[in-house]
Design a protein around this ligand. Structure first.
Ligand code: ATP
Ligand code: MG
Length: 411
C-alpha cells in the first residue's frame, strides 16, 4: 500500500471525465424531470441495518461487498452500496407517505468492496429513480420506458437492449420456491458453498450465481413463468403490451432475476455487448414489500439505477454546452484582462491565454474547444481594433475595440 496512490477501485474524475459524467447526470435528470421527478439527496452513510435488512442477509452485496465500520460512538455504519434502501429509509423517517405517489431521482457515489476491473469499481456512481405508491402496471410501464428514453437521449439507443422478466406476486413466488427447491436439492452437493446457503434461505438467489458450476445446474431449472398466478400473468401482460404501445423494444428473458431480496413482478435490465463482462448498464424492478418490511406503511415501489461510469464509456461525445471565447493578448495584458472580465460578467465563458507565441496560444484555444478567438495584436491595437476569428469556419475580421464586446455577445 502506498498512501499516495488512490485506494484500489477508486478513481479521480479529471475535467474531461467529469464533463462526460455530468453529461450523463444532467441528461438523466432533464429526462426524468419531464415525468415529474424531483431530486432527493440522502446521506452517503446509514446505519448498517438499513442495508443488511433490506438487501437480504444472503445477497452478495451484504455478505461480501459492504463498507461497514464502527464510528466513534460505536454505531455500525455503512457507506451506501445502492440508493433504494436509503430512499426507503428517508420515506419512512420523513413521514412522506402523505405525498403519494412520490417520484424521486437521485445521483451520487455508491461503495462496494468488489474485485476492481473495467466498469467495476469500489466507489462508483449511479443515477436512479424511485416511484413510490403506485400499485398498477402503469407505473412499471412509465418507469421502464423512462429509462429507455433517457438512454436514447444519451445517444445509446442502438447500443443497449432491454431484457425484462416478471418475478411474480407472493403467491407465484411461494409456488416457484417449492418447484425450485425440488429441482435444486438433488444437486445440493454440487452447488457452490454460497449457493448451498442460498438454497435454504432464498433459493431464487441461486439463479443469479456467477459461479460456472452453478450456472450449469441452473440451465435446467424450472422457470418462474410456469408458477405464475393468473393475476401475476395478467400484470406482466399489461406491462409488456404497454411497452409495445410506447414503441419500447424489449426481449423477455425468463431467467432474469435481480440480486436483491426485495423485488417482485417486473424485473429488467438494459445490457450492452460493448463493455465485456460488465454488460449491465441499468437495472431495476418492482419492490412492493420493501417499505413494509422496513417497518413503514405498506407502500408499493418501483425503480432503477444506472452506473454512470459504464454509461460514460458508451457515450461517444459529451457535448460541450459552454464553449468559451478565447482571448489571445499579444500586447497589452491588462486590456485583455478587462475585456475577459466584462465578458465573464455578462455570462460568457472566456479562456484567457497567459503566455506563449501566437501559434501555441491558438493550439490551446482549440484544445479548450473555443468557438471564437479574439486576437489582441499590437498592429490591430494601433488601429484601435482586434481580430475576431470564428474557430469553426475559420472566417475572421477586424472589429473596432469599441464594438468588440457587443459583437461577441451577439455571437
Ligand atoms: P453486476 O451484476 O454488474 O454486479 P449489480 O446487479 O450488482 O451489477 P445493481 O445493484 O443492479 O448492479 O446496480 C445498478 C447498476 O449500477 C449496474 O447495472 C451497473 O451499471 C452499476 N454498478 C453496479 N456495481 C458497480 C460497480 N462495482 N462499479 C461500477 N458500476 C456498478
Ligand atoms: Mg454486483
Amino acid at each position: 500500500m502506498s498512501s499516495l496512490q488512490p485506494v484500489r477501485g477508486t478513481h479521480d474524475l479529471l475535467p474531461e471525465d467529469s464533463r462526460r459524467h455530468r453529461f450523463v447526470e444532467e441528461t438523466a435528470f432533464s429526462v426524468v424531470r419531464r415525468y415529474g421527478y424531483g431530486e432527493i439527496v440522502t446521506p452517503i452513510f446509514e446505519f448498517t441495518e438499513v442495508f443488511s435488512r433490506t438487501l437480504g442477509e444472503t445477497s452478495d452485496v451484504v455478505t461480501k461487498e459492504m463498507y461497514t465500520f464502527a464510528d466513534r460512538s460505536g454505531d455500525s455504519l455503512t457507506l451506501r452500496p445502492e440508493g433504494t434502501a436509503g430512499v426507503a429509509r428517508a420515506f419512512i423517517s420523513g413521514g412522506l407517505s402523505q405525498n403519494l405517489p412520490l417520484k424521486l431521482f437521485y445521483r451520487g457515489p455508491m461503495f462496494r468492496h468488489e474485485r476492481p476491473q473495467k466498469g467495476r469499481l469500489r466507489q462508483f456512481h449511479q443515477v436512479g429513480v424511485e416511484l413510490l405508491g403506485v400499485e398498477g402496471p402503469q407505473a412499471d410501464i412509465e418507469v421502464v420506458s423512462m429509462a429507455w428514453r433517457m438512454l436514447q437521449a444519451l445517444g445509446l439507443g442502438d447500443k443497449v437492449q432491454l431484457e425484462i422478466n416478471t418475478l411474480g406476486d407472493a403467491e407465484s413466488r411461494v409456488a416457484y420456491r417449492d418447484a425450485l427447491v425440488a429441482y435444486l436439492t438433488p444437486y445440493k452437493d454440487k452447488l457452490s458453498k454460497d449457493s448451498r446457503a442460498r438454497l435454504d434461505k432464498n433459493p431464487m438467489r441461486v439463479l443469479d450465481s456467477k459461479e460456472e458450476g452453478d450456472k450449469a445446474i441452473v440451465i435446467g431449472a424450472p422457470l418462474i413463468h410456469d408458477s405464475l398466478s393468473p393475476a401475476a400473468q395478467e400484470f406482466f401482460a399489461q406491462v409488456t403490451s404497454g411497452l409495445t404501445a410506447l414503441g419500447v423494444p424489449f426481449v423477455v428473458n425468463p431467467k432474469l432475476v435481480r440480486g436483491l431480496d426485495y423485488y417482485c413482478h417486473t424485473a429488467f435490465e438494459f445490457t450492452t455487448t460493448a463493455l465485456g463482462a460488465q454488460g449491465t448498464v441499468l437495472a431495476g424492478g418492482r419492490y412492493d414489500g420493501l417499505i413494509g418490511q422496513m417497518g413503514g406503511p405498506a407502500t408499493p415501489g418501483i425503480g432503477w439505477a444506472a452506473g454512470i461510469e459504464r454509461l460514460s464509456m458508451l457515450v461517444e461525445t459529451a457535448p460541450d454546452l459552454d464553449r468559451p471565447v478565447a482571448i489571445i493578448p499579444m500586447g497589452d495584458a491588462t486590456a485583455a484582462a478587462v475585456l475577459a472580465d466584462s465578458l465573464r460578467a455578462a455570462g460568457v465563458a472566456v479562456e484567457l491565454g497567459f503566455s506563449g507565441n501566437m501559434k501555441k496560444r491558438m493550439v490551446r484555444a482549440n484544445k479548450a474547444n473555443a468557438r471564437l478567438a479574439v486576437i489582441l495584436g499590437e498592429d490591430e491595437a494601433a488601429r484601435g481594433a482586434a481580430t475576431l476569428r470564428d474557430l469553426d469556419s475559420g472566417v475572421q475580421e477586424e472589429v473596432p475595440l469599441s464594438a468588440l464586446k457587443e459583437r461577441i455577445l451577439g455571437q
